[in-house]
Each structure stands twice: as structure tokens, then as C-alpha cells.
Design a binder for this molecule. Structure first.
Ligand code: TYM
Length: 329
């Protein structure tokens, strides 16, 4: 049985990128593995959320995890800040992270560009906290989307560095994972880049049918191919990437053939896309609305998850501290 760890930041409702990049893998992996899935609330503090927004978002993501099909009896489902061992190990691992390599991280450079008036130290050491989330359960696999690839590479570097420094084989070097495939990036509806929570280009699990249809019908396209079998421009490739994620292979083939023979009608493609998205998300939406009202149930799940996560995290931290030389005089 393999150990699996992953998390999602509570900075807004979950979108199709989160679902197909991460959550769907969590659900597929839960039967055969020892799984730790969490709400990464400490990570979300880099943007200084208001207290009410933070707690509302944590409630929302926890509800969305369960509504999508995660079974809290099968997996350890918890809130990151309920496990203080994470913060303690963060102090320890920070000693092995070099400022130069942190400054070169793509996600850090991106944040420096986008939020120039809030380049806090938490942003710089974000990959260290993420490595801690992972290594503290000593897993083999980390289901994530393509955008997290570099963070996983850094996690492996820290694991190796710790092992080499102390001459041990304590931490495994876990791999980023997508069920039976390469890591994926779900594009946004604006025709470029990835679907994101703050990019205003997403479809959310909580969106209703009307909203989804409206968003999809407004997605950016071009005027259509003018020669048979021509290469797709990025905006069209992105639309097909969404179609591939939600529709059957037959449907994808149908529209690919139409494109290649210059007979494509983007309106038809979008209608099909909206319908297929709704088929996946509407049942989840119904569950989210029920679950997020049930405070008592959510508290129970979070408490149970925290106990199980702390047990696993505590063991790793204790052994790690012994290796470092604490408690030995
Ligand atoms: P976050 O909250 O931005 O995203 C959560 C997960 O969703 C995936 N994802 C996508 N996948 C495909 N296409 C997209 N457009 C897309 N957008 C988001 C992300 O790859 C991720 O898997 N740092 C992490 C949270 C985190 C974490 C961890 C993850 C904290 N500690 C430990 C794994 C292990 C983050 O900000 O993800």
C-alpha cells in the first residue's frame, strides 16, 4: 500500500482545474492507498485573507472535497493548521532551504510580478511549507496538476539534502502523480493560460447550469479554420483540452473531424461542452450545498482528520528530531 499526500489552498471555490488536476485523482486513489488530503489554510495566508473569508473558504473546500466523493472514513481528511507539527517541521526544514534557489522558483517570481506590494517571506518559503506538508507523512505519490511540478522537484531536493546531511535514508523522494497519465493543465475560458481561482476564467463546481452555459458560450474562439487539417491556434486547442477532460472520446473525435474538414461550428461544440460539464458538476453542486450547512458534521470530520494526521505527522517529526540531534544530551 502506497502513501499519498496532497492539498488545495482555500482561496475561493474549486474550479475544473482543481477537480481534474487534483481532486479527481484523490478520489480514484482513496480505495487502494493510505491517503492524506488537506485544506492548505496556512498557505492561503500569503494573500492576507480577512478572518471571515478564511473560515468560509475552509468550510467551502472541506465541503467540496466530501461532495466530490472523498470518503472521510477511507482517507485522512484534515485542515493543515490543525496539525501544529507542520509548523514545527517548517522551522527545521527552512534551515535546509537556500534563499537563492527559493528566489528562482517560478511561482515566487510570478508573485513578485503580480503582487509587488506584498512580497512577504511566506511567499519565498512557500515551497518549504509545501515540502513539509508532503514529507511529514513520508509518501510515495503526490497527485497534483502540472503547475506544481517544480514544487515537487524542490520537495525531492529537500528530502535528499536532509538524508545526505545526516547520512540517513529517512525521507522518500515522492513523485508528482496524475492517474495513468502526464500531469495536466486545464486551460481557462479566456483562451490563454491555466484556469485559476483569481483569473476570472474558471468554471466552478458550485456554478449552476445557467452560469456554466453562459460562461462556456462566451469562451474565446476564432473565425474557424480556412484550410483542411490546419494546426489549431492556442484558443481552440484550449477548448479541445476542456472537451477532452469532460466529454467522451467519441465526442472529441467528432469535433476534431469537423475541425479538420473545416465544418466546425463552435456554437455546437460549446453547447456539447457545457452539457458535459454540467453532467459532472451538477450532482456535486447539490451535495456541496447540503454538506456546507452541516456545521456539526464538518467539525466532526475535521476533528477526526486532525487526530489521524497528527499521529502520522508526530511520528515523523519525533524521528526527524532524533536524527537532527535533539533530545540526545
Ligand atoms: P492550488 O490550491 O493552487 O491548486 C490545488 C490543486 O489543483 C491543481 N490545479 C490545476 N490542475 C490543472 N489545471 C489547472 N488549471 C489547475 N489549477 C490548479 C494544482 O496543481 C493543485 O494540485 N501549493 C498548492 C497547495 C498545496 C499542496 C501541498 C499540494 C499546499 N501543500 C502539498 C500538494 C501537496 C497550491 O497552491 O495548489
Amino acid at each position: 500500500m502506497e502513501t499519498v499526500v496532497s492539498g488545495i489552498r482555500p482561496t475561493g471555490n474549486l474550479h475544473l482545474g482543481n477537480y481534474f488536476g487534483a481532486l479527481r485523482n484523490f478520489i480514484k486513489m482513496q480505495d487502494q492507498n493510505r491517503c492524506f488530503f488537506f485544506v492548505a489554510d496556512l498557505h492561503s495566508l500569503t494573500t492576507h485573507p480577512k478572518p471571515n473569508d478564511l473560515s468560509g473558504n475552509v468550510r467551502q473546500i472541506l465541503s467540496e472535497y466530501i461532495a466530490s466523493g472523498l470518503d472521510p472514513e477511507k482517507v485522512t481528511l484534515f485542515i493543515q493548521s490543525d496539525v501544529p507539527e507542520v509548523s514545527e517541521m517548517y522551522v527545521l526544514l527552512n534551515m535546509l532551504a537556500y534563499v537563492g534557489e527559493l528566489e528562482r522558483t517560478v511561482s515566487f517570481k510570478d508573485k513578485v510580478r503580480k503582487q509587488q506590494n506584498n512580497v512577504n517571506a511566506g511567499l519565498l518559503t512557500y515551497p518549504v511549507l509545501m515540502a513539509v506538508d508532503i514529507l511529514i507523512h513520508r509518501p510515495n505519490k503526490v497527485p497534483v496538476g502540472k503547475d506544481q511540478e517544480q514544487h515537487l522537484e524542490m520537495t525531492r531536493i529537500y528530502a535528499r539534502r536532509f538524508n545526505n546531511l545526516y547520512g540517513v535514508k529517512f525521507f522518500p523522494e515522492p513523485d508528482a502523480y496524475n492517474f495513468g497519465d502526464d500531469l495536466i493543465k486545464i486551460p481557462g475560458l479566456d483562451g490563454s493560460g491555466k484556469m485559476g481561482k483569481s483569473e476570472n476564467n474558471g468554471i466552478f463546481l458550485i456554478d449552476d447550469e445557467q452560469t456554466i452555459t453562459k460562461k462556456v458560450m462566451r469562451a474565446v474562439t476564432d473565425s474557424g479554420p480556412t484550410a483542411p487539417n490546419s494546426e489549431m491556434p492556442e484558443v481552440i486547442r484550449n477548448l479541445f483540452a476542456l472537451l477532452k477532460a469532460v466529454s467522451s472520446p467519441d465526442t472529441v473525435q467528432h469535433f476534431t473531424d469537423k475541425y479538420n474538414s473545416c465544418q466546425i461550428r463552435y456554437g455546437d461544440l460549446k453547447k456539447q461542452l457545457a452539457e458535459d460539464i454540467c453532467k459532472i458538476t451538477l450532482p456535486i453542486r447539490k451535495q456541496i450545498i447540503d454538506i456546507r450547512e452541516n456545521t456539526e458534521y464538518l467539525h466532526k470530520i475535521a476533528k477526526l482528520g486532525a487526530e489521524k494526521a497528527r499521529e502520522s505527522a508526530g511520528k515523523t517529526l519525533c524521528e526527524m528530531k532524533k536524527i537532527i540531534g535533539f533530545h540526545q544530551f
